[in-house]
Design a binder for this molecule. Sequence first.
Ligand code: GLY
Length: 560
Amino acid sequence: MITHLLRSFFFLLFFSYSLQAVEQGNAGFQPAIASAHPLATDAGIEILQKGGNAFDAAIAVTATLAVVEPYSSGLGGGGFWLLHIADRDRNVMLDGRERAPLNASRDMYLDEQGNVKPGASIDGPLSAGIPGVVAVIEKLAKQYGKLPLSVSLAAAIRHANEGFRVDEHYRRMAGFRLQSLLSSEDAARTFLHDNKVPEVDALIVQPDLAKTLEIIVRQGAKGFYRGEVAQKLVASVQKHGGIWSLKDLEDYEVIERAPMVVVYKGMKFVTASPPSSGGIALPQMLNMLSRYNIEEKGAAARTHLLVEVMRRAYRDRAEFLGDPDFVDIPADRLISSVYTSMLVKDIKRSATPSSSLKPVAEPAGKGSDTTHFSIIDKDGNRVSATLSINYPFGSGFIAEGTGILLNDEMDDFSAKPGEPNVYGLVGAEANAIEPGKRMLSSMSPSFLETANRTAILGTPGGSRIITMVLLATLDFHQGASAEQMVKLGRFHHQYLPDKIFYEPGVIGEKVKSELIKSGHTLEQLESDYGNMQVVIVDKKSKKSEAASDPRGGGKATVIH
Ligand code: GLY
């Protein structure tokens, strides 16, 4: 009893001291940014220091990543931006996901025998959806930001004109997509040197992209979706076998959606809603986990439970999820308590064979083909954004004279229900191709809130994004720092193939043999994966910490 009273006394003493410190200090939050590229983080920090808010900084980071990480995202791509508007205490999701062109059709990637044509949804302009990034940039500037685009896009224009240096990662990505880049004259001229992967430190300059960005500064999104740039985009796409029309570009709209919110053991979890599949899968997994004392389990039992939870959520992903404006997703049912009870009912001590559920295939990719950044500003505004052009260097196609590298996000549709895409994900009718429809995504930018701390997080990684966010979320719930979250070892299960994939060394021999005894199959991957960017703010002290995944070459900065 005395110990208890003493503990309460010291707690109160500490608590009053913390409050006092906050009251005496500057009321502002400590601004911070973590992104996948140092030049993008620096561009965002520069904007915050010039008086811009998190949304202005998000424009600068988005556009700079588009220039200096062309293999991951770009103006020819899309993404989800999760915003927290501090003065209204409101969370909003900006859905800038690509849409299928109006001339798209369900079987457009099938041959006469009804088989998926290899590469048709991955290479060249036929694989490109209508991009959303520029529309989001304009919305952020007009509705949420404070600075003009001439300021927030300045760094991106500078890097496009002056060039950025090739590193080993660029070389790996360009080498991987060499054939595709060689098929596009403008892409080969821009991203290769003498039709070869450039050496480390070679300069990649993008004068056409700089000109397009300057047009966007002068005209806003109109300068991209209408007029000369739009005409060039459509002419070039059509000349090379694509199906875009001017109407596709004119009709593109950002959609503001309500994010998905669940409470997991006292922690508020906020994430992008469909067409992000994480918007259903993550709440489902957290709901299932809230029925267990996972914190008290040993390593093998914990891994087993997480895998069983992942397996069930990915099964539902394949069956139910697609563009909510086209298909009726039973979201309320899928995250309801009754449904959660049904899902956990058959979780046993041994593995549930996925064959008793429903098929998916090989997961793929190290996850460098998408990108993420996290921002907080002094007023507590936040942005968590995951952006993509899908495969490394997207479709590998630059529309002539525009500098715009097009995505190959059409591959995220199920070209043929039941047939795996490049990430091994199988979909059903819910994610079949339809004109104007947004393809299902795994991008899951998120916010986490406990009584004391808020986290802003996300990562690239194709189908593994969702399980990476889950593991980091559980880690944060247990008190992990930003650095611990990005360093955390990763494993993944996506229903089928019925295998636990794990980073080298993350599952030790003893745990592995226990899992095998429970009926699991495991495969150690050749390399690590993901590139998580985390910012955490302490609610009382308003101090921030930020960390960039050591697996990538990003940078995290806190303004002191
Ligand atoms: N293109 C990857 C994703 O959106 O999930």
